[in-house]
Write a protein that binds this ligand. Structure first.
Ligand SMILES: Nc1ncnc2c1ncn2[C@@H]1O[C@H](COP(=O)(O)OP(=O)(O)OP(=O)(O)O)[C@@H](O)[C@H]1O
Length: 571
């Protein structure tokens, strides 16, 4: 567990500090740590000021009063300046580190369509969006908080430990006929006191790691459940799915609450402990130093300095005790991020068994193509065929036989299989799924996606008219969530407008006209053939009317076998 934590931490930590920004990053971090050390030095100065100030008070030395107040003001102002900049610059390191790490994760998530593969092949990866936005932020914030805090408190401990040692003198313990002399007894006592404190905090707090991890997961599940309903609100409304959805919400929310109760109970125990520990630390130094004070071995200044130094040592030590919760949170974040990284590595390591090449040919060639499922079930076996340029091919077969999976293979996003897919050199391809993706933003942007919007307004207006969406001509620059406004049929027509703008040589349509009525479907196919006369079309669809739009049928049986046959024109 501890080894895994440290290993995971190191994997996440080292990247930025060895990156191309390493010198600036290390320099800034060193400066921030230096500021913290300087702040500790100022605190030591303020502590020894206590001695002088209270001794002056005890000795009624009025002439010392104002110079000492002046000294304090100077020290305090410097302390304020340093403390503020130590935090400001730590946040600067934090934001730079977060930016770097987020870009790394976004890069990995987008590379080789990992975002798609994770969803399709590794469905147990929960909420990658949350991993990238929240967990990275937390990792960076908590790590810096712990690292800088740890170093600062360690220095405080050392500096004030020395002060305490010098102040406590020797303590004689009579034991039978012998006497034991303990030097620096206040220092030793504070160490033992805090060591016991840390062990007890570990015992009380260790359950918090798992509970924090589960809390984040349950919260995310609950949120995801609501998001799904929001995204599919119309389907749920048509099905009158409120009741099962409400049950789902309640179940997920109940898990959030149940876990939170456990978290609260565990935190309550920890808080009892932490607060008790803090209160005891107020009275303990007075009780320990009082015998020396009353014996006249220590002046009032010494007593006050001792109390203040013990307080600092205690603060430093209780920092380690109280940071238990932060370490628990960090461990949970590291666990989630390393699981996510592992899943991303797993799916990106899956080699695409199908080779996708471009050659000097006019045809789309499949060479010994085999399409499989992750469980090795074969959907298409040793398929060798050629679809000539300008051909209109229809892929048919019963539901679930693998038509869409074949299209995914042709697009190069389905890795399970063997063989070759050869496309004519330099040819442009465009795949149209059943539900076109419309990015957030203007209609113009949605039309050009994935290209960045360019081209004349006249052309845009023309293609909108061609696909029967002229009523949106005036709304080209309106920014909205167009996937909610346009009907599915309109979205499918918009996808045809996209084809006309992109002008691909090979067009692959996966039930891309399923939401259109038959005359509209015919109109769209005729539009493609008229506007892009040299383009080839490969469609997947169930409707019998599609046969009239194609000249070749590739029929899949679902058990691996297939047939390629011409479609007779019915006239
Ligand atoms: N990610 C996946 N993991 C495992 N099996 C999958 C995955 N995606 C699809 N399948 C399975 O592969 C088979 C073929 O799916 P595909 O979507 O290609 O069928 P289809 O012929 O297009 O069906 P339909 O006509 O109903 O759209 C189905 O049995 C499906 O359950």
């Amino acid at each position: 567990m501890k080894g895994k934590f440290l290993h995971g931490f190191w994997q996440l930590f080292r990247g930025y500090w060895n990156s191309e920004h390493k010198w600036r990053a290390r320099g800034l971090l060193t400066f921030v740590i230096g500021l913290n050390f300087f702040d500790v030095y100022l605190l030591v100065c303020i502590n020894s000021w206590y001695n002088e100030f209270y001794n002056a008070l005890q000795g009624y030395q009025a002439d010392q009063f104002w110079p000492l107040v002046g000294e304090f003001t100077g020290l305090a102002m410097l302390h304020i300046l340093i403390a503020v900049y130590a935090i400001y610059l730590r946040q600067a390191v934090q934001i730079k580190w977060r930016t770097w790490l987020t870009n790394q994760y976004l890069g990995k998530w987008m590379k080789q369509q990992v975002y798609y593969r994770l969803q399709v092949l590794k469905s147990d990866t929960d909420n990658p969006d949350q991993r990238i936005s929240e967990d990275i932020n937390q990792f960076v914030t908590l790590t810096l908080q712990l690292l800088i805090g740890f170093l600062k408190q360690l220095t405080t401990l050392a500096a004030f430990g020395v002060v305490l040692w010098n102040l406590s003198g020797a303590f004689t313990v009579p034991l039978g006929s012998h006497e034991f002399v303990i030097y620096g007894y206040m220092f030793w006592f504070s160490l033992i006191y805090s060591a016991a404190g840390t062990i007890c905090a570990h015992l009380v707090g260790r359950k918090l790691i798992g509970l924090n991890f589960d809390q984040q997961r349950f919260e995310a599940d609950f949120r995801f459940n609501m998001m799904r309903v929001r995204e599919n609100s119309e389907s749920v409304a048509f099905y009158r799915g409120e009741q099962p959805e409400s049950v789902g919400f309640k179940e997920r929310f109940a898990r959030v609450i149940e876990n939170y109760w456990q978290l609260m109970r565990q935190t309550k125990l920890l808080n009892f402990y932490v607060n008790g520990y803090a209160q005891l630390a107020i009275i303990v130094p007075l009780v320990l130093a009082a015998p020396r004070y009353f014996a006249g071995a220590m002046a009032l200044g010494g007593l006050m300095q001792t109390v203040s130094a013990f307080g600092r040592v205690q603060d430093a030590l209780s920092y380690f005790v109280e940071s238990y919760d932060t370490i628990a949170q960090l461990a949970a974040v590291i666990r989630r991020l390393t699981t996510f990284t592992g899943h991303m590595a797993d799916v990106s390591e899956i080699q695409n068994g199908v080779c996708r090449l471009e050659k000097e040919t006019d045809n789309l060639c499949l060479e010994n193509l085999q399409v499989q499922l992750p469980d090795a079930r074969t959907l298409l076996d040793t398929c060798t065929l050629q679809i000539p340029q300008g051909c209109y091919a229809l892929v048919t077969g019963s539901s679930g036989c693998g038509k869409s999976t074949l299209l995914r293979t042709l697009a190069g996003i389905w890795p399970y299989g063997k063989g070759e897919v050869v496309l004519p050199k330099g040819s442009r391809t465009l795949f149209l799924p059943q539900r076109p993706y419309l990015p957030l933003g203007s209609l113009r942007r949605a039309l050009y996606y994935p290209l960045s919007a360019s081209g004349s307004d006249e052309r845009l207006q023309e293609v909108l008219r061609l696909v029967g969406l002229e009523k949106f001509v005036a709304k080209l620059d309106e920014v909205d969530d167009w996937s909610r406004i346009l009907s599915l049929g309109e979205q499918q027509r918009l996808a045809f407008a996209r084809v006309l703008l992109v002008k691909p040589d090979w067009i692959f349509l996966d039930e891309a006209t399923s939401a259109l009525d038959e005359p509209r479907e015919q109109e769209m196919y005729e539009l493609l053939k008229r506007e892009l006369p040299t383009a080839s079309i490969v469609s997947v669809g169930h409707r019998s009317t599609l046969f009239a739009q194609h000249d070749t049928e590739l029929h899949l049986d679902g058990d691996g076998s297939w047939q390629l046959r011409p479609i007779q024109a019915v006239n």
